[in-house]
Design a binder for this molecule. Structure first.
Ligand code: PLP
Length: 483
């Protein structure tokens, strides 16, 4: 620990200077030239016996840490989906760390709890989600059950919670003697994120993840979903429990038909969950909300402010309908004596420990609140709009050049493209990445019935400017020429 307040302030300055310098640096390569084991070899095998001077630690940060970071904030980082950040988010994270709030119960941090409730309602409304996902719905009659939002670490954790609760909801409908060894089925498209299958695996052999075929746009085929459910309903010892629709699949940003899936889920009493990890941020633009039309029939909805909404990792937003909130708490809540408080017993407060797997929880609402306050919805809308516009601009340039093929209509901030054959596309991506100026990742998906290797270009980085998009296209142009 620093010995004086002045030291602490000076150290904060040192860190701020590093962050400012890093942000301005678009000359260093996006991916460090680090080889496996290089970093481990720089650090001793034991912790120091004596405390070390800040100057030495700072020198080690400069020499041993910074040269080996993957620069997710680099303006040329177009890989995976973005992991955004911003000054208000960094300040919020710092303040939360310093305040050391542990918000497992309302009593252990009233502000961690109540600010989270409030700011999740803000965000639900900012995205145009139904009021039934809010904890304090506008116009609701007193005493009527309400839904609400909770900040999870990741969309994967959100999916795990939701699927566990959906399983229990389905099993609780059965007579007690029939609940085991019944198998519970979760339907999700062949293109959904691996976290859905992982959630089923973690929840044990009782859970089955059923991959539903997709159409030409790689969106879930609702007729195939119907057929799959019907087959399971006819099978002894199998209970359909949940359908997970994706709004913006990881590979290509395909959008599952939310309205049809919600209707089918209702018909068969399935929990409907929407995973909008990346693309959910786009709903901040009213004209983009058609993608989520029908979501009012869903039980739960997730999106990650830590991807495209300028909040640093981790911050994943999960909203629940009133029934889903009740069922999630039913699954997650275990109350040993040492966690009992009079506030909890009164039933008038939220204890967010009952809304996810961990007991302890960070004060993540602070950075989300600070980002929403700093940019305002107007600022966030123009931020997202800019990325959508650049994606369309890039599509136009690619389409005007006969060497390139844009694989799917672009509805979001992700562009997937290819050269005439897979080897050429892979080589193009490797060459462009080798420049260090940009970083792209790939996917392999069916395009018109044929498996294709596609380069993905994901927008959402706060440092990217039009000049970087132009440079990306120049690199494509140059390296597509190279034999
Ligand atoms: N769902 C989708 C559609 C994703 O694209 C991703 C990650 O990119 C995830 C879930 C997992 O996100 P997280 O890292 O928050 O678990």
């Amino acid at each position: 620990m620093p010995e004086t307040d002045d030291n602490f302030l000076a150290q904060l300055d040192d860190i701020a200077r590093i962050l400012i310098r890093e942000r301005a640096d678009d000359a260093s390569p996006v991916i460090p030239p680090t080889k496996p084991g290089d970093v481990g070899a720089l650090f001793e095998s034991h912790a120091p016996e004596e405390g070390q001077a800040w100057a030495d630690t700072l020198a080690q940060i400069e020499e041993r840490v910074l040269p080996h970071t993957t620069r997710w904030g680099h303006p040329g980082f177009f890989g995976y989906f973005p992991a955004g950040t911003s000054e208000p988010a960094i300040l919020g994270e710092l303040l939360a760390a310093g305040l050391g709030q542990q918000g497992m119960l309302w009593q252990t941090s009233p502000v961690c709890t109540e600010l989270e409730t409030r700011v999740m309602d803000w965000l639900a409304r900012a995205l145009g989600l139904p009021e039934r996902f809010c904890a304090e719905p506008i116009g609701a009659a007193p005493g009527v059950p309400v839904g609400g939002g909770v900040i999870q670490g990741t969309a994967s954790e959100a999916a795990l919670c939701v699927i566990a609760a959906a399983r229990d909801r389905a099993l609780n409908r059965l007579p007690e003697g029939e609940r085991w060894p019944t198998r519970c089925v979760v339907y999700t498209s062949e293109q959904s994120h691996s976290s859905i299958e992982k959630a089923c695996r973690v929840l044990g052999p009782q859970m089955v993840a059923r991959a539903v075929p997709t159409d030409d746009t790689l969106a879930m085929d609702p007729d195939a979903l119907e057929r799959s459910i019907a087959a399971d309903v006819r099978t002894q010892g199998v209970v359909p429990c949940c359908v997970v629709a994706t709004l913006g699949t990881t590979a290509t940003c395909a959008v599952d038909p939310i309205e049809a899936i919600g209707r089918i889920a209702r018909e068969h009493h399935l929990w409907a969950h929407a995973d909008a990890a990346y693309m959910g941020a786009q709903l901040i633009l009213p004209e983009q909300r058609h993608h989520a039309k029908g979501v009012e029939r869903f039980d739960s909805f997730t999106m990650n402010p830590h991807k495209w909404l300028l909040v640093n990792f981790d911050c994943s937003a999960l909203w629940l309908s009133p029934g889903a909130r009740r069922d999630l708490i039913g699954t997650m809540s275990i109350t040993p004596e040492y966690l009992r408080t009079s506030a909890s017993d009164s039933g008038s407060v939220i204890d967010y420990r009952d809304w996810h797997v961990p007991l302890g929880r960070r004060f993540r609402a602070l950075k989300l609140w600070m980002v929403l306050r700093h940019f305002g919805l107007v600022g966030l809308r123009s931020y997202i709009q800019r990325h959508l516009d650049w994606a369309q601009e890039l599509v136009a340039w690619l389409e005007a050049d006969k060497r390139f093929e844009v694989a799917f209509p672009v509805e979001s901030g992700l562009v997937c493209c290819a050269l005439h054959d897979d080897d050429a596309t892979r080589t193009l991506m490797e060459r462009v990445n080798a420049t260090g100026e940009v970083f792209l990742t790939h996917c392999v998906v069916p395009v018109r019935g044929r498996s294709r290797y596609l380069v993905r270009i994901a927008f959402g980085n706060s440092q990217t400017q039009p000049s970087h998009v132009q440079r990306l296209f120049e690199l494509f142009d140059t390296h597509a020429h190279t034999p």
